[in-house]
Design a protein around this ligand. Structure first.
Ligand SMILES: Nc1ncnc2c1ncn2[C@@H]1O[C@H](COP(=O)(O)OP(=O)(O)OP(=O)(O)O)[C@@H](O)[C@H]1O
Ligand SMILES: [Mg+2]
Length: 309
């Protein structure tokens, strides 16, 4: 079984996509087989990794991306996989082992146009198709938009662990709180579809602070976040092992430059990879490797849903 991680916060722009792309790349560099799933209609991680020309073609054709499994529904996830997504101009893989399930702008139609079958909802269709491919990977990473609407629900339903990227500000904390509320609502609504072999609902594994400016003390926002985590732990809304990650990602221009170049930071600049923000991403990947909430017994989210119903 792979580890399946969703990166989500109800606050937008906190760094979900940049964290997931760079952590995915670091894990692939360590020899892990990684599948990144883009669940955001903005398609930021798809555009970043495929680069704009290749992605544009897919967007114009309106097929071969995630929404195709729902409408017209002839594709399955295994048909739309982009293997070894990072390539140079000649098509030579730059980072073997990093695959992508790409998204295009039509994923927005999953929120409105798509007629959900109440007996076979979108997240069930998605998770059943994920099971056909996920065992080929060590890690499946879901890049979610800042909400728990239909597209996000696909990732959350299929994930085991939730990671909450945050900036050291009050709005990220509010986003986290709102996310937990919405998560519970979704778990209650979808509980009837869960079979024992699907395992527990995804639990919050931790909070990651991102975009930390030099010489800025984040002690207070960290303490506030820790208090909120403790409160949710008492209410059994997050895993007992959930923590604020020791690794914080510094604010660095190279992160934005990497997007323009269509590369993860580790392939942009070797100095950055060794001592700059690239090292932060690598440390974070190591910390994620060392800290899994998967093995723990009966899920706290499950208990909470059971208590609530
Ligand atoms: N550590 C960092 N240093 C500098 N810039 C960063 C850093 N992390 C993210 N950014 C920049 O902040 C912006 C938002 O980041 P990103 O797109 O990763 O956030 P997001 O949470 O995925 O946003 P959305 O909610 O829209 O999906 C981007 O322009 C990105 O390049
Ligand atoms: Mg994003």
């Amino acid at each position: 079984m792979p580890r399946r991680l969703a990166f989500i916060n109800y606050k937008g722009g906190v760094g979900k996509t940049s964290l997931i792309v760079n952590v995915a790349a670091c894990l692939a560099q360590k020899g892990k087989r990684v599948l990144l799933v883009d669940l955001d209609t903005q398609s930021n991680s798809s555009i970043w990794l495929m680069r704009i020309e290749r992605w544009n073609k897919m967007n114009m054709e309106r097929r071969g991306s995630l929404y195709s499994i729902f409408e017209p529904g002839n594709d399955r996830l295994k048909d739309i996989l982009v293997k070894d997504v990072l390539q140079d101009n000649k098509g030579t893989p730059l980072l073997p082992g990093l695959d992508l399930l790409p998204t295009t702008f039509n994923l927005i139609d999953l929120e409105n146009e798509y007629q959900i079958n109440p007996q076979n909802p979108h997240y069930l269709i998605f998770s059943e198709q994920m099971r056909e491919i996920q065992d080929d990977y060590d890690f499946v990473l879901f890049d979610c938009p800042p909400n728990i609407l239909n597209a996000s629900q696909c990732g959350i339903y299929s994930a085991d662990e939730l990671y909450v990227p945050s900036n050291p500000d009050a709005l990220s904390l509010i986003g986290f709180t709102l996310m937990i509320e919405k998560l519970l609502l979704f778990y209650r609504r979808s509980a009837g579809f869960r079979t024992p072999e699907m395992g527990h609902f995804a639990r919050v594994a931790g909070v990651i602070f991102n975009s930390i400016k030099a010489n800025v003390d984040i002690g207070v926002p960290k303490m506030r976040m820790q208090l909120r985590l403790n409160q949710f732990k008492k209410q059994r809304l997050v895993s007992n092992e959930a923590k604020i990650y020791n690794t914080c990602i510094r604010d660095a221009t190279v992160v934005r430059r990497a997007v323009t170049l269509g590369l993860p930071v580790c392939l942009v600049d070797s100095r950055d990879a060794q001592e700059g923000v690239g090292k932060d991403y690598d440390d974070l990947a190591e910390e994620i490797l060392a800290h899994s909430v998967m093995e723990s017994a009966a899920g706290s989210a499950n208990n909470r849903v059971a208590n609530a119903s």
